[in-house]
Design a protein around this ligand. Structure first.
Ligand SMILES: [Zn+2]
Ligand SMILES: [Zn+2]
Length: 233
């Protein structure tokens, strides 16, 4: 029993139809699959749990055989992705993926054994920046280009990474009260991980303009260097 026997794009489409019809939780529960945490099949603007879809596709391709169960897959994500891509589908990093804990920016991880007020507020801001719904609304409005340097993951890394971007929380910590509710459009902006790291570098929170200025200054210095260098040769 392996993924090799799934060769029908239509069978995958049938599984997608069933997923749409009964909904994610019934689909996953009914077939015994868990949620795809990192990678999803993207089809017509919607995201699907890739492993569950390919498993269920089997019963559509072979009506006399049961769907694959999670334990029937020998390979990991890469195998599932290769199979779906070979059938003409796109697999992407989930758009609402919250960065795993080990991907947290070092500057944003609170240090020390005691939680001081600053670290508590920092945790709060991290929570705003990783809040799924707020993220989605922010990105639906602002798009997925870094508001500081303009890069997009789509342009730099292609379709697999096209949904990826950090969001940064703009409100000064001092202005946040306990009844504060994040405004996804006014308070959150998309930033690439590099710019985001520099925004928070050294434990402070720089303004977007301050980091844009750093980039401009560095570019000026660098281009002067490259202009003068050949003349000396
Ligand atoms: Zn950037
Ligand atoms: Zn931030």
């Amino acid at each position: 029993m392996s993924l090799a026997e799934i060769t029908s794009r239509n069978a995958v489409l049938d599984a997608i139809k069933e997923y749409d019809r009964i909904g994610q939780s019934a689909f996953l529960k009914g077939y015994g699959f868990g949620e795809s945490r990192m990678y999803v099949l993207e089809f017509e603007g919607r995201q699907y749990d890739s492993k569950a879809i390919i498993g269920v596709a089997r019963k559509y391709q072979y009506p006399d055989r049961p769907p694959l169960r999670p334990q029937d897959f020998s390979g990991g994500h890469a195998t599932v992705q290769r199979k779906l891509e070979s059938l003409g589908f796109i697999v992407r990093v989930r758009s609402d993926t919250e960065e795993p804990a080990d991907h947290l920016l070092a500057e944003e991880i609170p240090f020390g054994s005691e939680l001081r007020e600053g670290s508590v507020q920092q945790i709060l801001v991290n929570a705003y920046e990783r809040n799924r719904e707020a993220r989605e609304q922010c990105l639906a409005h602002h798009g997925r280009a870094c508001v500081i340097c303009g890069m997009t993951f789509k342009d730099s890394y292609g379709p697999l990474a096209s949904n990826f971007i950090h969001v940064h929380h703009l409100r000064p910590l001092s202005g946040i009260k306990s009844d504060y509710v994040v405004d996804p459009i006014a308070d959150l902006v998309p930033v690439c991980p590099n710019c985001h790291a520099v925004v928070h570098l050294g434990g402070q929170t720089r303004s977007l303009d301050a980091v844009r200025q750093l980039i401009r200054e560095a570019a000026t210095t660098t281009s002067q260097f490259f202009i003068t260098e050949p003349e000396q040769e």
